[in-house]
Design a protein around this ligand. Structure first.
Ligand code: SAH
Length: 225
């Protein structure tokens, strides 16, 4: 698919991203850094943008949506403190890039997307890459994963929302296990705050990380369509 030269150039760009945009900022988790070098972002962006796959910003993926900036993907992943036993819910499959990153650090990823076209293309890429521990669902992620298909425990250990929400949707915090973590951009304006919530005794204790800019989560417990 790529010429040897192009492959080489992309590999150098990936190392550059790792050094400057991830390690050069505050990404220190060795597992996250390893996965960010293993998952090739060029696989997840439209052909026209493949040469910019490691640029320090989001890129269009169709349907008016974007693949997040690599640093933000790494930061949100790091904040989830994943381990091999985690069942993770992701809202906003998009290109499937974040899904692939999560899948390599967790037991299983359950990912929801409202656009069938994006979900199907993400399913095709992950299938091609041989990633098998992901379940896809097309529908409104603000309402949570379908009750009758939840993981055996009935809860998720981690939840990541990859689109902006006015506040953490209740159906999602209800599906979070006690002691679990949820991360996502919250806020009513164009700029949101990246929030990490920890569930303790049924309550969510929130911590602010930084300002971010995400596309909106459109749905019943998100923004109005
Ligand atoms: N994580 C993605 C980035 C996704 S952008 C990646 O790595 O490429 C946010 C995604 O959330 C978009 O694909 C958008 O269609 C999706 N989305 C928006 N509202 C949604 C909802 N209510 N349920 C599920 N997905 C939603």
């Amino acid at each position: 698919m790529y010429s040897a030269e192009e492959k080489d150039r992309l590999a150098r760009a990936r190392q550059h991203m790792l050094r400057l945009n991830l390690k050069g900022r505050d990404i220190t988790d060795p597992g996250v850094l390893k996965v960010m070098t293993e998952v090739r972002r060029e696989e997840f962006v439209p052909e026209a943008y493949q040469s910019q796959a490691y640029a320090d910003g989001p890129l269009p993926i169709g349907m008016g949506q974007t693949i997040s900036q690599p640093y933000i993907v790494a930061l949100m992943t790091q904040e989830l403190r994943l381990n091999r036993y985690c069942e993770v819910l992701e809202i906003g499959t998009g290109s499937g890039y974040q899904t692939a990153v999560l899948s390599k650090l967790a037991k299983k990823v359950y990912t929801m997307e409202r656009f069938g076209q994006l979900s199907e293309s993400a399913q095709a890429v992950l299938g091609r890459l041989g990633i098998g521990n992901v379940e896809f669902y097309i529908g409104d992620g603000s309402c949570g994963w379908p009750e009758h298909q939840l993981p055996p425990s009935g809860y998720f250990d981690r939840i990541m929302i990859t689109a902006a929400v006015p506040k953490m949707p209740e159906p999602l915090t209800e599906q979070l296990a006690d002691g679990g973590l949820i991360v996502g951009p919250t806020g009513l304006s164009g700029v949101q705050e990246l929030v990490v919530g920890e569930k303790k005794g049924g309550k969510i204790i929130e911590r602010l990380i930084c300002d971010v800019r995400f596309v909106k989560l459109l749905g019943k417990h998100g923004f109005e369509e």
